[in-house]
Write a protein that binds this ligand. Sequence first.
Ligand code: ZN
Length: 383
Amino acid sequence: MESPESQEREDGIRLRKKVQENQEDVESSECEDDAKTDLVKRIIESTKELTDCMPTDLPSAKRMLEDGLHAAAEFSSDMAAGAGAVAEQAGDICRKVIEASWKVCHFQALPHWLQDNDYLIWGHRPPLPSFTACFQSLFRIHTETGNIWTHLIGCVAFVSLAVYTLIWSELQSEERLVFAAFFAGAILCLGLSCTYHTVHCHSEFVGKLFSKLDYVGISFLIMGSLVPWLYYTFYCQYQPKVIYLTVATVLGFGAIITSMVDRFGEPKYRPFRAGIFIAFGLSGAIPAIHYAVMEGWVNAVSYASLGWLILMGSLYILGALLYAGRIPECYFPGKCDIWFQSHQIFHVLVIAAAFVHYQGISEMAVYRLTNNQCPASTEATLA
Ligand SMILES: [Zn+2]
């Protein structure tokens, strides 16, 4: 058994060690202000007093030491809380400064992940790591203003048209469904595109994610466009209707999966991207030729809206070619930074093509409203 004196001595050594450790901690810490100097002084004083009074007055030394340690603890927790609050405030201020005061910049000033089209020289948004700032940029003039607004206006127009067609028209429930597929595709495509162009400067991760969703939207638009057209074209031919609708759906989901692959979004794959969507769009040509061969070209133009379909395809292809070739900005670098760049023209052509398609399928629907009886020979194949 240890004597009380030797126990006290040991306690004293332990406490002195603790004070020294504490002192070393404070000295190696990164805070460089008067409070730190003051704290170090207090700890040194308490150490000195402890040394002086030991071992005869250990309890009072202990108390002094505890007071010193308590003060140190209070100080460091105040420091931590203060530092947290300061960091939060600094973050807030930083965010507000970025949101309010960013300026458009040169292509070369952009980080690598925002450099897409080097023919657009000036007027780019810098990275805006805040969704509020991204959405506020809707009301500023920069390289994406035209891209955002073309598809935002298009999206609102298609939402209105969808409400009008699906609620007030005389369509039957099955026909409402095929029209709804078209509207869902168009609204998703325009909405996702508009969101992508708004937020793609947020960060590399957000940019990549929404770029993929932009392509997913295009796939939905093509799929949604094929559904009503195939439905009305093969209105009385059940088997080809089901086969073509299935093929369109499989190709559509194939394009969606391809869109989600990381490499697909890189600028060097631009022609490949354009090619995939042209091929998917052209897959509508096979059933069109099938119908024309089966029913004759006159019927195809009259009842399958082939004229509208060809016009729609031409608009999409023209848009995709301009987009892939970066025409006209490649001929006028720096002159199309804000308006008339290939991407905006492509957006306008996509909207025009979607309206042309709506016109085509509406004419087919009107025809079927008055001629919904299939010939007896085809009725047999329906059974
Ligand atoms: Zn776009």
